[in-house]
Ligand binder design. Structure first.
Ligand SMILES: [Zn+2]
Length: 666
């Protein structure tokens, strides 16, 4: 049995009389469990929940058999509850997700409805959540990380209690949702009309009608310019636009407004000439003013923080949004995540890759080359030939479903396991590009959603379907073959993505058109390293800005803006400037995620590291199938425990760095 070393928020309630009563009834031997259970329960108990003493008296369990049976009942019933709720949601979304005929007006409403949205609060209200907290241990991340000798049941108990680690009041949850929706809305409407953004000397370099959303479209357009020999001038404009967005010196009048021309270098604004204004321009007054927005970007970010902060008192094991992102979300300590990011950022391989990029672009590198994408291998087989081949093979979704056992055997699964898996993966024709939908109860099956055009599947659709199949295989093993359904799944999404990428990389081979050549493989590795390096730097900015907000609770949005600019510059100067120049650019503050989806960015570089680690392990044995089966059956333990089981060492930057080093040598 785990002993609780947590100090729970004392709260207004004095729990001592209840503890004394239970000790008198059950004896000194139960002291640790009594103190832990009563305090865990009291921390989240509200006045309207009634008489805590009576509840504790009636529900505190001491007999091991009764505890075990109660645990088993929770496990079995939660599998049913979660599994059926998931199925209801899946059925209600069927019309919008699947290619099954015209949409009705009501369909989006059904798709938005989440039957499990209030489940945790319901379970607290009817006391099931409190039965768990009274009898099973809540754990801190430190305890889970130190849990080398935990039994599988102890892991499952930690997951059971973990479901009830937080009880955020509805009004606080609503405030979080409102702040987050407000930030998303701000970002979603943040467009720049590029025809009206001028180069340094006033030239118009972008075509009419080009409307780019910050920052994704701006970044993608910057990447696309590598294919144009005159692209650099356009990239420099985009960089200047991004810098002005971060510093909030962009004139308010130019946001989503093609009726003014803007020179981001001189920051001057003039009315656009009549003939240059796009017909589909949103109706806006063409006031050519350089007045900036009143720090709205940072107001939105601060509002997100303020709302998250309101949830702090209701999460005793992870009392800040930063703690929750690392302890409950990633389940890795912040210091370790930063160490992994820095291992990539400060790697001595960076200048060597930069030298390769310099050779490719034929000039000294600039800040825009943070997003260099010229490593991407060009396929040796024309896409239209691949399309024809895929179309002939898979005229409809069912043809792909029928071929799954062969595909799986091609990935090294023995025939019986291939059959077992294919019987548990259902294939649907989707409206979207493709998706793997898990199941949460045995008896229900994961679904593979794949897009098939009228004349059959194309290569892009097939490539995605093989990726999704990787998710589905993980989903089958981590539900049907895991020993405790409370441990179903993987530690976090990076793990299932990594497995999906291992499958996806084999798509050509499985199609019977040979392997990617060694040069393509080498370039893929260099490209992945550069993407990891880029996003690792941005992730550090995100984390540091959140610390700053917690350290300066009374700051104004303008102060938050200045702090973000300073943090962005500092991280740029430390890691990026040595190879890309541009000392003191605030560029790293540009990610929209920082504003609308904060404290998530670090998951992306971690995902790349995990993918390389799984890939390296699979390569060691050469058998994808059996290795993925062995890894997936462990279920949702912590990332490090999962990776030690999978590869012999905790999550590490080693495999990415080794693969990159080897690629540079070739
Ligand atoms: Zn995926």
């Amino acid at each position: 049995m785990l002993l609780m070393t947590l100090v729970l928020a004392a709260g207004p309630m004095n729990t001592k009389p209840i503890e004394d009563e239970l000790l008198k009834k059950f004896g000194e031997a139960q002291r640790a469990r009594v103190e832990r259970g009563v305090r865990q329960t009291a921390a989240l108990w509200r006045k309207e929940d009634g008489d805590l003493a009576a509840f504790a008296r009636d529900n505190f369990l001491t007999e091991q058999k009764e505890l075990d049976d109660t645990f088993a009942r929770f496990e079995a019933n939660f599998e049913q509850l979660d599994g059926h709720l998931l199925e209801i949601g899946r059925e209600l979304q069927k019309a919008t997700a699947l290619d099954v005929g015209p949409l009705l007006k009501v369909d989006p409403y059904f798709a938005e409805y989440d039957p499990g949205a209030h489940l945790t609060e319901d379970l607290f209200r009817n006391k099931l959540g409190f039965v768990v907290l009274l009898n099973f241990p809540l754990t801190t991340l430190e305890q889970r990380l130190a849990a080398k000798d935990w039994s599988r049941q102890q892991w499952a108990e930690a997951r059971l209690a973990g479901r009830f680690a937080r009880r955020v009041p509805a009004e606080v949850q609503q405030a979080i949702t409102t702040a987050s929706a407000g930030a998303s809305l701000y970002i979603d409407a943040y467009n720049v009309w590029m025809h009206h953004v001028l180069a340094e000397k006033g030239e118009r370099l972008f075509p009419s009608g080009m409307r780019l959303i910050s920052h994704w479209n701006l970044r993608d357009e910057l990447k696309a310019q590598y294919a144009d020999k005159d692209g650099l001038a356009r990239q420099r404009i985009i960089i200047k636009v991004m810098e002005r967005i971060v510093t909030q010196t962009i004139p308010a009048a130019v946001i989503d407004n093609p009726t003014v021309d803007w020179n981001p270098f001189t920051n001057t604004v003039v009315a656009a000439a009549e003939g240059t204004i796009e017909a589909d321009a949103p109706k806006k007054p063409a006031a050519p003013s350089t007045k900036p927005e009143p720090d709205v970007r940072y107001k939105k970010l601060q509002a997100n923080w303020a709302a998250q902060k309101k949830a702090d008192p209701y999460s005793p094991t992870a009392p800040t949004a930063i703690d929750r992102a690392f302890s409950l979300g990633a389940e890795m300590p912040e210091a370790r995540v930063k160490e992994l990011l820095e291992a990539v950022l400060a790697s001595p391989l960076v200048p060597k890759i930069a030298a390769e990029i310099e050779k490719k672009v034929g000039r000294k590198l600039e800040p825009a080359d943070l997003w260099f994408n010229g490593f991407l291998p060009r396929g040796s087989i024309a896409e239209k030939d691949l399309d024809a081949k895929v179309r002939a093979k898979y005229p409809n979704a069912q043809a792909f479903a029928k071929d799954i056992p062969r595909i799986l055997q091609g990935l090294g699964f023995p025939a019986d396991r291939a059959k077992y898996l294919s019987e548990r993966i259902l294939v649907d024709p989707s409206r979207g590009a493709g998706h793997a939908l898990q199941a949460a109860r045995r008896g229900d099956f994961p679904h593979l959603r794949t897009r098939v055009e009228k004349d059959g599947m194309n290569y892009k659709g097939y490539n995605i379907a093989v990726h999704e199949l990787g998710h589905n295989v993980e989903q089958v093993f981590s539900l049907y073959d895991v020993d405790h359904t409370l441990l179903a799944g993987v530690p976090n999404t990076a793990f299932t993505e990594a497995i999906a990428f291992v499958f996806q990389a084999k798509d050509l081979e499985l199609l019977g058109v040979g392997k990617p050549d060694a040069e393509a493989e080498r370039l893929r590795v260099l490209n992945d390293f550069w993407m990891t390096w880029e996003i690792a730097s941005v992730a550090l900015v995100d984390i540091e800005v959140w610390h700053w907000m917690y350290d300066h609770p009374k700051a104004t949005p303008a102060q938050l803006r200045d702090a973000t600019v300073e943090i962005s510059k500092k991280i740029w100067n430390k890691y990026c400037a040595p190879v890309l120049g541009g000392k003191d650019t605030p560029l790293l503050g540009i990610y929209s995620h920082m504003i609308s989806y904060p404290m998530y960015l670090f998951n992306y570089p971690l995902g790349h590291l995990i993918a390389f680690q799984i890939e390296e392990q699979v390569k060691k044995t050469g058998k994808i199938g059996p290795e993925i089966e062995r890894m997936s059956k462990l279920g949702a333990v912590t990332p490090d425990a999962w990776m030690v089981h999978a590869s012999g060492e905790p999550v590490s930057a080693g495999p990415l760095l080794r693969a990159t080093e080897a690629a540079l040598k070739k």
